[in-house]
Every structure is written in C-alpha cells, then in structure tokens.
Design a protein around this ligand. Structure first.
Ligand code: ADP
Ligand code: MG
Length: 269
C-alpha cells in the first residue's frame, strides 16, 4: 500500500529536531545563532527550508549533523533520527551515521571535494569504508552512481578530478557521493545557487526524480521560493534563528501567517 505523506501526528517522523539552540562564543560575548529550532521530516517527504541570508539555515544543517565549526556549539535540543538522539552519540558513531544514513550536498562542490583525488576515488572511499565493498565492486558502483545522476560517459569520467568537471557536473557528482550509501535523508544546502539557470533546472529535475525513484527524504535549503513551489511538500520559514512558520507548501504560500513570510511572498513578481 502506498503511504501518504500526510505529515500528521500519526506518522513517526524520520527526523525530529526539537528545540535546537546553537551559539558562537568569542571574546566579545555569545551570539545565539539558532534560538529554538524545531522541525520534522517524514519518510519520503521533501521539506523546504527558506529564509533570508544569515537567518540560520546552514547552521541548522550543520548543527543537526554535529558539524558546527568551533567556536560554535549546540547548547540545547534533541535531534532524533529514527528515534535515536544524535546529540548524545559519540563522534565516531556520528561520523558513521553521516556517511551512511544522511547525505549532505553543499552549494559549492569544490569546497566539499578533495581536489587531489578523482571523483571515482572519492566515491569508492565512501563505499569501501561504510559498506565494505571491494575495489572492483566499489568502482562499478561509482560508475553506476555517476550514470544515475546524469554524468555522460561515466566509465571514463569516473577517473576525472573535480576541476575537470563543469560546475553543474560537479554538483551532480556531489549528489552521487551523497547518495552512495543510499541514505534515508539528503540535506541539500543551496545546491543550485551557484549554477546557471538551465543547469539549475536540470539539477532540480534530478533531485525530483531521485525523490520519486528512491522515496528518499530531502531537506532542501534555498532562498528561492520557486524551487520550494516545484519540489517541496512542506516548507519551514526561518527568521533570525527561529522557525517562524511551517506547513504544507500550498497552505503557507496561499495564506502566510507570519509577517516575514507575508513580506517574502509579496516580494515575488
Ligand atoms: P544562512 O544559511 O541562513 O544564510 P547561516 O546559517 O550561514 O545563515 O548563518 C546564521 C548566522 O550565524 C549568521 O549571522 C552568521 O554570521 C552566523 N555564523 C555562521 N557561521 C559562523 C561561524 N563559523 N562563526 C560565527 N558566526 C557564524
Ligand atoms: Mg546558508
């Protein structure tokens, strides 16, 4: 039976973030960047996370994965993935979980990739470490993954270095890397912001088809409401470190409750 994404209380969320607070400390004092962030994502659901620049979207993604750079620190809250609290996991378990169960796609693949390893070596390293695949098997799987995300001639391009790929191809390759262990959840932080409009559309089509084929959950972080309208089931709106509004996309777009969301929607031509 096909399960409906109702997002109601009966569905146990895949990811449940409760009261997350993140602070950056310096000699000048403490800056609270996330105040009280609560979010949930059901299995197979696409959650759009929107908000102006500096509102805390990226820090939310980093906080829930235990990746906030020092001197930042999550000081409060729970992050439950399938009921397990990530906040209480040790670094090793968390690192394993990041590789295997959650994929992360960032705006700029160049910063996320190792420039001295080929695309194939990077994917294979993940496959060998997390899934224990042998060399030949990992390589075959890497080529399959590149094929799946639409890299032409993947059997040859697998041996290219990141700088030999165009920007759009690098984003695809980063998506392939994030998908390599078939994660239940993909977090994409402005994955198309740095791309030309036509390439942007292609990458969004890819994410949409992956959602449909794999039933994967996705948190799509973007400041582009058009992307949310075309891809997300629900949307959460961030403002100054808080989620000020969340609900089904159609409902929030039609009748926004918070003044910030109203302003955001009014600014669309
Ligand atoms: P968004 O992704 O919504 O544009 P961010 O989550 O990147 O915003 O940033 C939220 C706030 O946290 C901003 O005010 C930013 O200056 C601050 N911030 C982010 N990273 C750091 C850091 N490493 N050190 C200090 N402040 C940071
Ligand atoms: Mg950001």
């Amino acid at each position: 039976m096909k399960q409906a994404n109702t997002g109601t209380a009966q569905t146990v969320p895949l990811l449940d973030i409760r009261g997350l607070r993140t602070e950056f400390r310096s000699d000048h004092g403490t800056v609270r960047v996330l105040n009280d962030v609560s979010l949930s994502v059901s299995s197979g659901e696409v959650l759009g996370l929107v908000g102006e620049s500096g509102s805390g979207k990226s820090v939310t993604a980093l906080s829930l994965l235990g990746l906030v750079p020092r001197p930042g620190r999550v000081t409060q809250g729970q992050v439950l993935l399938n009921g397990r609290d990530l906040m209480t996991m040790d670094e090793r378990a968390l690192s394993d979980l990041r590789g295997r169960e959650v994929g992360l796609v960032l705006q700029d693949a160049m910063t996320a990739m190792n420039p001295v390893l080929t695309i194939g070596q990077q994917i294979c390293e993940t496959l060998r470490r997390h899934l224990g695949l042998g060399r030949a098997q990992a390589r075959r799987r890497a080529i399959d993954l590149l094929d799946r995300v639409g890299i032409p001639d993947p059997g040859r391009r697998v041996d290219d270095y990141p700088h030999q790929f165009s920007g759009g191809m690098r984003q695809r390759a980063m998506i392939a890397m994030a998908l390599s262990c078939e994660p239940k959840l993909l977090i994409a932080d402005e994955p198309t912001t740095a791309l030309d409009v036509t390439i942007q559309a292609q990458v969004l089509d890819l994410l949409r088809s992956l959602k449909e084929e794999m039933g994967m959950s996705l948190i799509m972080i973007t400041h582009d409401l058009g992307i949310i309208a075309g891809l997300a089931d629900r949307v959460a709106v961030m403002y100054a470190g808080n989620i000020v509004e969340a609900g089904p996309v159609r409902q929030v777009f039609k009748a926004p409750v918070h003044p910030y969301t109203q302003g955001l929607l009014a600014s669309i031509p």
